[in-house]
Design a protein around this ligand. Structure first.
Ligand code: CMC
Length: 428
């Protein structure tokens, strides 16, 4: 149906243009400024505060209401009732699988959990104290050197094969990054386990010690993966899309997403939040620390979000999981957890945070859960990357399937020098 609604933009010299107003299934309308360049002007929107960079049918967020849907399903329902691989299928294919589709998807992913044996040699090139995210960026990017048979990005079968390879191998590489850092031998994947059990097995088993996964802890990590699986056009996903828009191969694109995720304003926040709790150290120091935040000496990590101006719905689920895990492990009186709860309460009732709509985000609680699971702090963002890989692949795939896709190319407002003539060095 033809869209008849328009917004009229009139410049100060009287020229004007009618811009179509487009409605999505949910969420605010957007003004399509595609043709604005014809007037010889561009829009200026650094950090994309008011700009939709693409259309997508994967994830919906209503930040004011605190809603997050994957393919229409509320995150709370998926976290409570689904499992990670089913969520992966949903994000990738748009529908929940039936029992047969679910089993064959698991089989497909599972058949790609091992990495080429040559890959193990890559790790030796890194210092043992290298940050595991640095290792992830390098080794995931290196996958593109191994799978020349599936790099035709215009072939849907190749894209599917790359998706299965990434989904299968990223946890293996993540666990190898941990083992290398810790000085333990690598543990090969075991396909009798579920996706999440297998990851925990590769992380925690040693050749000397059998690892028996605890179902409650597996469930907690499964939830972390589900909650982090996708989050529409965030910084890392936009990075993956921009890299992909040039026709770069999917392994290189996902490596670029991992690099963007690393920053403390994005996926690095879970590590930063736990480091912050450790730095505060004691409940008695919380008030003083909060004062430092209000004096803008530093930020309260794990608080605030560009889109959520209400409770992050993922945080509500993670908070519950936090209680379950600590109870299961007999850690209800954990010092950092108590400190986090005190910090949460002070911040939730303080006008500084209320006025700025700063609520705890998912990373405020996920760090406490990951720490209780025995995962070292510098692996937290790696865990986020393992969960988010499916979101990056799904968004990349959605973009590549669009026959109308174009290379992403933002414009700029130039503030540099005007034209000037070159002066030879002896005359300067
Ligand atoms: N602590 C203290 N003040 C804050 C915080 C915070 N965590 N976040 C924002 N503010 C203040 C900020 O100083 C500013 O105040 P004022 O108006 O007085 O200048 C106001 O709130 C708006 O901040 P902003 O930087 O313009 O907001 P943004 O939308 O650009 O930033 C954010 C979003 C997530 C980068 C920011 O909230 C932040 O740095 N949070 C801490 C890092 C964090 O937890 N990130 C994880 C996000 S969830 C995981 C993910 O999806 O990646």
């Amino acid at each position: 149906m033809e869209n008849k609604r328009v917004a009229t933009l009139t410049l100060d010299d009287g020229r004007s243009i009618e811009l179509p107003i487009v409605s999505g299934t949910l969420g605010p309308d957007v003004i399509d400024i595609h043709n604005l360049g014809k007037l010889g002007v561009f829009t200026y929107d650094p950090a994309f505060f008011s700009t939709a960079s693409c259309t997508s049918a994967i994830t919906f967020i209503d930040g004011d209401a605190g809603l997050l849907y994957y393919r229409g399903y509320p995150i709370e329902q998926l976290a409570a009732q689904s499992d990670f691989l089913e969520v992966c299928y949903l994000l990738l294919n748009g529908q929940l699988p039936d029992a047969g589709q679910k089993a064959s998807f698991k089989k497909k992913v599972t058949s790609h959990t091992m990495v080429h044996d040559q890959m193990a040699k890559f790790f030796n090139g890194f210092r043992r104290d290298a940050h595991p995210m640095a290792v992830m960026v390098g080794v995931v990017g290196a996958l593109s050197a191994f799978y020349h048979d599936s790099l035709d990005i215009n072939n849907p079968e190749h894209r599917d094969l790359s998706a299965m390879r990434l989904l299968g191998k990223v946890p293996t590489i993540a666990a190898m990054a941990y083992k290398y850092h810790a000085g333990f031998p690598f543990i090969y994947p075991k396909n009798k386990f579920s996706y999440v059990e297998n990851f925990m097995y590769m992380m925690f088993a040693t050749p000397a010690e059998e690892y028996v996964p605890n179902p409650k802890l597996v469930r907690a990590l499964e939830r972390i993966f589900i909650l982090h699986a996708d989050h529409e056009q965030n910084a890392s996903t936009s990075t993956v899309r921009l890299a992909g828009s040039s026709g770069a191969n999917p392994f290189a694109c996902i490596a670029s997403g991992i690099a963007a995720l690393w920053g403390p304003a994005h996926g690095g926040a879970n590590e930063a939040a736990l480091n912050m709790l450790e730095e505060i150290g004691d409940v008695s120091r919380v008030a003083e620390y909060v004062q430092g935040v209000k004096d803008k000496k530093y930020r309260l990590m794990g608080f605030g979000h560009r889109v959520y101006k209400n409770m992050d719905p993922r945080a509500a689920v993670m908070r519950e999981t936090c209680y379950e895990v600590l109870q299961e492990l007999g850690l209800e009186n954990d010092k950092l957890f108590k400190l986090a709860m005190e910090l949460e309460q002070i911040a939730l009732h303080d006008p500084y945070f209320i006025e700025r709509k700063l609520y705890p985000n998912v990373d405020f609680y996920s760090g406490i859960v990951l720490r209780a699971l025995g995962i070292p702090t510098n692996m937290f963002t790696v865990i986020f990357a393992v969960g988010r890989t499916i979101g990056w692949i799904s968004q990349w795939n959605e973009m590549m399937a669009d026959s109308d896709r174009k290379i992403g190319r933002p414009r700029q407002l130039y503030l540099g020098a005007d034209r000037r003539d070159y002066i030879p060095v002896e005359q300067r």
